[in-house]
Design a binder for this molecule. Sequence first.
Ligand code: 3PY
Length: 252
Amino acid sequence: MASLKSRLCSGLVQRGVWLGLGNAASAEIAATAGFDWCLIDGEHGPYDIAAIAEQARVLGPEACVRVPKAEVWMIKQVLDLGLHTVVVPMVDTPEQADEMACAMRYPSKSFPQGTRGIGAALVRASGYNHDTDYIAQANDRVCLIVQIESVTALKNLDAICAVEGVDGAFIGPTDLAASMGYLHDLDAPEVQAAIDDALRWIAASGKIAGALSFKPERAAHYVEMGATMVAVASDVALLSAALRDCAKSFTP
Ligand code: 3PY
């Protein structure tokens, strides 16, 4: 099967599920449920690097991981686990985006500004030194998705999308709403209009456009606006809703 990056780059809409439970069994259930991608949420979920490694073993190299923060060392650790697609939250400026793009890539002829350190003999990504092609292919395989989730990021969107090595931009709707003054009001027309504009802009720039909504109609609308990387569910939300419904339905 083609990699998630190549499916997204060829314009295919890919439905994803957000994993925040930090549990290998529930990750396995999600991975076999029919979604196109799974994301390990290291920003808000209970994952340290050992827990991310455990999930990577269950989900395979096509899983996405959201690192807690835009930090170079965090990028290095998750790439060395053999994951390729990294989502970085709260990227507000082209300078931050560029630092992340460089952290994702080894210095090479085509990407001399790369700053990724080479720990190939030690790391899972290179099959613990058995995959001799890993280093040669890694720069093309990796996929950097930056999150646009503040008013500042929206203002800088064109410059962020223009950064070499940024493969896509993913709207964080809840944080964006809060930054716009609409904490707890994701449905505010101003917020949704800003998301629509941003998605259209990202798609027009030729980068992967991503967004999240657990309301199917809204997720479909984001696809119409140009999103191809669409998160439509989370393990936490689904489990919580199903258990509550179940409890309610048996109340005497
Ligand atoms: C947001 O909604 O702000 C996100 O980043 C998704 O958790």
